[in-house]
Design a protein around this ligand. Structure first.
Ligand SMILES: [Zn+2]
Length: 452
């Protein structure tokens, strides 16, 4: 494959281009990395600089708003090279990276600069960053916003890393007026243990039901109620990450109907797996909050259908295989996190097409809505004139099986290994440059850091 430079005037077309209005045959004219015009399919550039993708679908590039890359400091877990290569192969054109689990965690401006430095020459897709809110770092919040933070992340429960302690109501109340004034979202891991704020030590167990019972829906409900109250009080944009319980949907819906600046994401594993079918010892499926039952899963799909859940983000959170306790199958000590960055689109699509959702629903959940939450809607998240020429060209009707051979993550442990998914990425365009096509990557990484 010959990568083109971003300033080459060119056009691409297919019989199925997903725009905000419809799915139609169209030609997209690209100039200087942006979409210059969207015209009828028949309109062909006179100089012949046209690539015709036939009946493949051209959708806006996938934007994953919740990714853990672990570099610097824990690049043996996952790094920018491997993660963004996997992202490009999966049709992603942008991801937003969490302030943990790298080392140092990004809770200071100094750590922010280390994070940015660690990306040099490695990004195959665009990448933005969140800062973290922990007890004692309030003075670092505005400097991180000034540096371009797309949001500020807080945990209301132990994060899994001692250097990223949970924020309490005191920290939230101090930070939310700042974020409200700046118009930047507070992203919240919404679980609060019990009334006393103490997590009971989990007993060693291979039984998934034990792990599931150790983090009940009430933890999510308690945290979400607190965040709705604070959102109402401070009018600060609040984003609930990886919603796992459908029980919270009525209250979230009511809060949204009230006009509160509240957004919600769920993750592909909550839409794909069901607790009843998770075998004992299957720690590759451990994440927090836990994957709940099939009825709950259908409730989450309903939340997407009625718009209470805005979008889906992978929460890609890999670790070295040994940390998953795959030999012992002990859920209690295993790292909580699921690797799925590369397959956000096919996982969601595989479930969506079984439930009669459309290609436009997919574009909204994997591109438009995350761009909105990130405040990037003027340039990303839609096939529209003036937007970045970020596209995924894919075959929704074609299936593939996830395997170690086609998995570009640093480590190959994932609950999707051996799973057949629908939706094969044909090519990925980043600001007009083809960064991936049919198993091959552009020679040079051309991703940029995107800030607020
Ligand atoms: Zn996460």
């Amino acid at each position: 494959m010959t990568p083109r430079t971003s300033d080459t005037p060119r056009a691409i077309r297919s019989q199925r281009v997903v725009t905000p209005e419809t799915v139609q045959p169209a030609t997209l004219w690209l100039t200087n990395g942006r979409i210059e015009r969207v015209t009828a399919y028949e309109e062909t550039p006179p100089d012949g600089v046209l690539e015709d993708f036939g009946d493949a679908v051209i959708s806006p590039g996938v934007i994953d708003a919740h990714v853990h890359i672990n570099e610097p400091g824990r690049a043996d877990w996952e790094g920018f090279e491997t993660a963004t290569r996997a992202a490009a192969a999966g049709g992603l054109t942008m991801l937003a990276e969490m302030p943990l689990n790298a080392s140092p965690v990004v809770t200071t401006l100094a750590a922010w600069h280390q994070k940015v430095a660690a990306t040099q020459g490695k990004l195959r897709v665009d990448c933005g960053f969140y800062g973290g809110l922990i007890p004692g770092n309030l003075n670092e919040i505005e400097p991180m916003l000034d540096a371009g933070a797309l949001g500020i992340k807080a945990f209301l429960v132990h994060s899994g890393l001692d250097e990223f302690p949970a924020a309490g109501e005191i920290e939230l109340r101090a930070a939310m007026p700042i974020l409200a004034r700046r118009g930047v979202p507070l992203l919240v891991h919404a679980e609060i243990e019990d009334e006393a704020g103490i997590t009971p030590p989990a007993a060693p167990s291979r039984n998934y039901a034990d792990y599931l019972a150790s983090r009940p829906p009430q933890w999510e409900l308690r945290a979400i109620r607190l965040m709705i109250e604070l959102c109402r009080e401070f009018k600060c944009p609040v984003h609930i990450v990886h919603l796992a319980t459908a029980q919270a949907l009525p209250e979230l819906k009511a809060a949204r109907n009230e006009g509160l600046p509240l957004t919600v994401e769920t993750s592909p594993h909550y839409l794909f797996f069901e607790a009843e079918a998770i075998p004992d010892g299957a720690t590759q499926l451990k994440c927090a909050p836990p994957i709940r039952d099939a009825t709950n899963r259908e409730g989450l799909w309903q939340g997407l259908r009625d718009g209470t859940i805005d979008f889906v983000a992978s929460d890609h959170s890999p670790c070295p295989p040994a940390m998953k306790n795959l030999d012992s199958g002990n859920f209690a000590g295993a790292w909580g996190g699921i690797a799925s960055l590369q397959w956000l689109l096919p996982i969601v699509w595989s479930g969506a097409q079984q439930r009669d959702f459309s290609l436009q629903d997919i574009a909204r959940w994997t591109s438009t809505a995350p761009a909105n939450m990130l405040g990037l809607q003027a340039r990303k998240g839609a096939i529209a004139v003036g937007h970045d020429a970020d596209f995924v060209v894919w075959h929704p009707e074609t299936s593939f099986t996830v395997s170690t051979e086609n998995n570009y993550h640093r480590h190959k442990v994932t609950p999707y290994d051996g799973v057949e998914l629908k939706g094969v990425t044909r090519a990925t365009f980043l600001r007009g440059t083809k960064v991936y096509e049919d198993g091959e990557f552009a020679a040079q990484p051309t991703g940029q850091i995107v800030g607020k």
